[in-house]
Design a binder for this molecule. Structure first.
Ligand SMILES: Nc1ncnc2c1ncn2[C@@H]1O[C@H](COP(=O)(O)OP(=O)(O)O)[C@@H](O)[C@H]1O
Ligand SMILES: [Mg+2]
Length: 444
């Protein structure tokens, strides 16, 4: 917090003028039934959206962002807690709440105009008013001249504009967006972001409030007045950050960069806490990161200009990685005791430095040592293979053991990761066809 306060002094103080409360989420919890028990996805989430603000919901993949957005849209119900829209309890999809998705399912046999009109037809708007409003939305979002084009004739960016037009044509009070720019190329995404912000700041949309879900820290700082950071497993709001910059914002501004840095620190600090608190267990979530990526990052960090320590936002920028790409690599290196992550910086451990300097066979041996010591699932597989006659065991044997604790998806990902790492380390082999682990090839 001190950082933020210090920063306010040297930028133009900016805060949107806030009106009434549009949406309130109070103590919302949501789980999904998974046979063996419930997977808790959202835990005690509180948030309030006021008239006049763009709020960002920032979190890693799987942290429950889409689930929370679907609850706010009235598409699914929370397991417990309350959601109120314009002061009244939300019961099902509300009129005045529109959603934009990552990619839009446009009707391929309808033109742009007909696609945009389709949303109004459901609301029972008459033909003439439909046409008028659809044309206005098309004009607003920069699709002028494409009214009679079919979706297949449009680029990804233009198709996403149709998605926006479809959301805007109903004159929503609240606009919800679920990673609306993440499927677009960098330039197209930036153009669309800027166009949308222009419409917002010029007051050309009747929308009172915008909630945007993203896993991109820069995007959140670029667009939002306030950012809520969601943790993973379960999703909780772990930080709330006000962005005190006027639009248009400059990504290269030192104050902008500093805020991006602070958010990285917050997101990685949390990750480190949880690790030290819990340690790795047999059924810990393991992101499937290739040994090539790990080796690449270790080599890069060892060399100049980093010399063993680097700022995560800087690595992300220089490698064009988003947090969903970079965090898992850093996390796995941390699990394996090749690196440490603190306050948004990655530090190499002595073993991490040693790895980068070794030849291929010695690297494998060092990796094997760390894998067996640090990752209980790898040690477990090795132990079972050592004990069994024939030194073989089917994958399903470990799936069953894991699935008592984690979702099927998490179990599969952990196994795929350990198979990849175990093969590299030459601890065991695995036959993809028969799905059987074995020591045979390794010993041969
Ligand atoms: N309908 C569902 N049934 C079971 N699990 C679900 C369902 N929807 C989401 N989940 C689980 O909830 C977690 C969060 O998912 P999601 O909200 O999509 O996260 P995010 O949008 O942040 O990537 C994931 O582990 C996902 O597998
Ligand atoms: Mg999502």
């Amino acid at each position: 917090m001190e950082n933020l306060n210090a920063m306010k002094a040297d930028v133009l103080e900016y805060a949107p003028r806030l009106g009434e409360e549009v949406m309130r989420v109070a103590n919302v919890t949501r789980g999904f039934d998974k046979g063996q028990g419930e997977l808790l996805v959202l835990d005690g989430v509180n948030l309030s959206l006021r008239e006049g603000e763009i709020v960002g919901l920032l979190g890693r993949s799987g942290s429950g962002k889409s689930t929370l957005l679907r609850i706010i849209a009235g598409l699914i119900e929370p397991t417990s807690g309350e959601v109120a829209y314009m002061g009244k309890p939300l019961k099902g999809p509300a009129e005045g709440v529109s959603m934009v998705f990552q990619t839009f399912a446009l009707f391929p046999w309808l033109t742009v105009l007909q696609n945009v009109e389709a949303g109004l037809e459901a609301l029972g708007v008459g033909a003439r008013a439909r046409r008028e409003r659809a044309l206005a939305a098309i004009d607003l979002i920069g699709l002028d001249g494409f009214e009679n084009a079919y979706p297949r004739e449009l680029s990804g960016g233009m198709r996403q504009r149709v998605g926006f037009a479809r959301a805007l044509v109903v004159d929503p009070t609240l606009l919800l967006m679920d990673e609306p720019f993440s499927a677009l190329d960098v330039l197209t995404a930036e153009t669309l972001r800027t166009d949308l912000l222009d419409l917002w700041t010029q007051g050309r949309m009747p929308i009172k409030s915008v909630l945007i879900v993203t896993h991109n820290i820069e995007e959140a700082v670029f667009m939002c007045d306030r950012i809520l950071v969601l943790s993973s497993n379960p999703g909780r709001v772990i930080a709330e950050i006000r962005v005190p910059f006027k639009h248009p914002r400059n990504r290269l501004d030192p104050a902008f960069r500093k805020l991006v840095d602070d958010i990285y620190a917050k997101m990685t600090a949390r990750q480190t806490d949880e690790k030290t608190k819990k340690g790795l267990e047999l059924h810990s979530w393991l992101p499937h990161v290739s040994t090539n990526l790990m080796a690449g990052l270790l080599e890069m960090l060892t060399a100049a200009p980093y010399n063993g320590r680097a700022d995560m936002p800087e690595i992300a920028r220089s490698l064009h990685l988003e947090i969903d790409d970079l965090f898992p690599i850093a996390e796995v290196l941390q699990h394996l005791d090749f690196a440490d992550v603190r306050e948004g910086d990655v530090f190499l451990t002595p073993a991490g430095r040693a790895f980068a300097d070794l030849g291929t066979q010695e690297r494998k041996a060092l990796f094997a040592k760390h894998l067996l010591r640090q990752v209980p699932l790898a040690a477990r597989i090795k132990e079972v293979l050592d004990e069994r006659r024939g030194h073989r065991a089917p994958r399903v044997r470990f799936e069953q053991e894991l699935e008592d604790f984690v979702t099927d998806d998490a179990a599969q990902e952990a196994l795929d990761a350990v198979i990849d790492w175990g093969r590299y380390a030459e601890i065991f082999s695995y036959n993809d066809k028969t799905e059987v682990f074995s020591l045979a090839d390794v010993e041969a």
